[in-house]
Write a protein that binds this ligand. Structure first.
Ligand SMILES: Nc1ncnc2c1ncn2[C@@H]1O[C@H](COP(=O)(O)OP(=O)(O)OP(=O)(O)O)[C@@H](O)[C@H]1O
Ligand SMILES: [Mg+2]
Length: 220
């Protein structure tokens, strides 16, 4: 079943939203909006669609995420106190036990959405490409089985032409959304749906903005 993402302007480009039990990679260079996109997905999921959500952060502290999103007037503290959202800070070595942790917390809070921001940290922690694939595959499979909506983020280094640092994660997910910072045109940021399995999605390059209310995607 398709579920609206909560990102204004996006659902109309992807036949109504994300499919339950699928994994979406939100990838892009530094500062392209991956964390804001992911927080908005969890926040609006809870507020607009009554879906509880877990935000796993490997790079920023929970405090920083809240500070950033307070600008958009997203009251995460209240959601947390109601049990509708949970931010979890983890270290790269937690990857081995992460699936179990996710299953346990998701069960307790009846979570329907999950974000892992980002998986690049795990990839850097585990050097062996085969082991990265195996470990991430196992974790993503578990999340799929839970039938949640899931976003994972990855970073693209400035010089890279690929969709992630190690060129692995994009093949393991169902959908890929690419964010870019252009910096020159009228609209400074763009969003492209690079793949979305089982979906007749837009193949255009869409401008988007980070407005005082969060991310808004425009059609072309
Ligand atoms: N309140 C705001 N209004 C408009 N733009 C903002 C606002 N807050 C942040 N931004 C923009 O968003 C960018 C940060 O977005 P975000 O943290 O989501 O990026 P990211 O892709 O996760 O980056 P990183 O590589 O650090 O993980 C800032 O560099 C800034 O350009
Ligand atoms: Mg980020």
């Amino acid at each position: 079943m398709k579920v609206p993402t909560g990102i204004p302007g996006l659902d109309g480009l992807i036949e109504g939203g994300f499919e339950e039990g699928t994994i979406t990679l939100v990838t892009g260079g530094t500062g392209t909006g991956k964390s804001i996109f992911s927080t908005q997905f969890i926040y609006n999921g809870a507020v607009q669609y009554n879906q509880n959500g877990i935000y796993i952060t490997t790079e920023e502290t929970a405090k920083n995420i809240k500070k950033q999103t307070a600008k958009f007037r997203w009251d995460i503290d209240t959601l947390e106190s109601e049990g509708a959202m949970k931010i979890i800070e983890i270290e790269p070595f937690d990857i081995e036990t992460l699936s179990e942790k996710i299953m346990e917390i998701a069960g307790t809070m009846n979570a329907k959405r999950i974000v892992i921001d980002s998986v690049s940290m795990f990839e850097m922690y585990i050097h062996d490409p085969f082991k990265i694939r195996k470990t991430l595959f196992k974790m993503l499979q578990r999340i799929r089985e839970m039938n949640m909506l899931c976003i994972v983020t990855a970073e693209i280094p400035e010089e890279s032409k690929g969709l992630s640092r190690f060129g692995v994660i994009e093949f393991m997910v169902d959908s890929v959304i690419l964010l870019k910072y252009l910096g020159i045109a009228k609209y400074k940021r763009s969003l492209t749906i690079r793949k979305m399995r089982m979906t007749d999605h837009s193949s255009d390059i869409h401008p988007f903005e980070i407005t005082p209310a969060g991310i808004e995607v425009y059609s072309v």
